[in-house]
Ligand binder design. Sequence first.
Ligand code: FAD
Ligand code: 2HG
Ligand code: ZN
Length: 484
Amino acid sequence: KLEEKDVEKFASILSTPETSLLTTLKTSKGPKPVDASELDLFNNDWMNKYHGQSVCVLKPKTTQEVSEIMKYCFERKLAVVPQGGNTGLVGGGVPVLDEVIINLGAMNKIRSFNEISGTLVCDAGCILESLDNHIAEKGYMMPLDLGAKGSCQIGGNVATNAGGLRFLRYGSLHGNVLGLEVVLPNGTVLDGLSTLRKDNTGFDLKQLFIGSEGTIGLITGVSIITPRRPSAFNVAVFAVDSFEAVQNVFSKVKAHCGEILSAFEFFDNQSLEMVKAHATAGVKDPFQDKHPFYVLIETSGSKKEHDDEKVNELLEELMESSAIVDGVLAQDETQVQSLWALRESIPEAAGKLGSTYKYDVSMPVELMNELVEDMRSRLDKHGLMGNKVKEVVGYGHIGDGNLHINIIADKFDPAVEEVIEPYIYEWLAKVNGSISAEHGLGRMKGEKIGYSKSPASVAIMKDIKHLFDPENLLNPYKYLPSDK
Ligand code: FAD
Ligand code: 2HG
Ligand code: ZN
């Protein structure tokens, strides 16, 4: 339990306690207490599904401050939640009870950028979009891109091993991150900010922190390799009449575009209708008629004429073979943005429509739509469709075998949840799918990991957690099943 003396100690560690420490506790030496509502932003998640009751948020400015805070919390056995941009979708970044929140937002400096190798070293609290803008001036781009780019932080991206829209081309952060600086639960600073592309000396410890969701260490610095920014982009959206056609188009597009293909996304008609009705950005349906499914492709390369030629030939082939029913190719940057908005606005539109149960899953591509259809008919059979459940939409990074199902209810309601779960997890386990493709486990799925991982694997994960965090102080009650 956090006491007055703890807040006073935090105030003495932080260089600017007036702005870096928010607490509702009254202290004689610490900063003035704030109203509980000022902590709402930090205690509640993006979906408004998970709610914590922390009374103290710390925003350190240096690794040294983080280290001293962690050391003190370790000695006092105070639980801590690391928090980035708070855009996570599994409740990992907000407290379960009254854990102290360490928000990395004030650690937002670029430490170095090497214009020859493309290696970026920065504080963990840098916003993804700001990093992308910064290196764009030098002809580079971040190897990942997400709808939440304007708020999420690179430290949060690494902690969740975020996938996103460029995964198809540039792969996972497990490959792109070159080094990390991490503060361990006892305050030790693990300085692994290497900029080397190749380094086979011993266990690759940074890999453990990528995707560890703040459970074994607090990431304070990131070294990442960034690719050259392509100069030529093409974006097209195709309408198709079946899910088989989505797969057929994927195979044709891959064969035809080869190395210039940089994204292959899909969304169903229900997603598009929802976006048209609820998204804020000026989203315009480029098609006159409705179609069951849509795919968005992006190509990017360094020679516009070369890419344009390939894309135009692809369009001809897709139309002639009747693989697609209709298609639109962006003619300028504004159209590029508006076609991307059709896909990127889906999570926001779902949030506007209602309270969204989100399932981020992977499985053999041919099964994806079956799961969405099964879920719709199951909810219907239980009398929930059109009643407590407003809509079920399917979309995602189909090029990476990653489906997002959003089930939008009028409110978060156990009566809805018990129809969805554990059914959906059992379904995925039967087809050897994953219950979390890219969003992680957090508070939502820690207890469910057994649907995707063997008992032996989970036991080793628990040993790793214990090795780094023997007192279970870092992001407790999440990520791994509790010991029953
Ligand atoms: P937070 O939400 O603050 O935290 C997420 C987890 O990481 C928590 O467990 C937290 O404790 C931990 N954490 C955060 N910072 C640190 C740190 N410095 N050190 C240690 N642990 C830390 N995800 C995808 O994979 N692909 C997508 O395409 C995608 N699109 C999205 C679109 C929208 C509109 C939204 C709202 C979310 C999306 N996400 C996506 C989910 C989310 O994972 C990412 O937004 C992002 O990686 C989370 O970063 P954050 O800084 O907001 O982290
Ligand atoms: C996306 O791909 C994100 O848009 C969010 O991963 C998915 O909100 C979701 O379910
Ligand atoms: Zn996604």
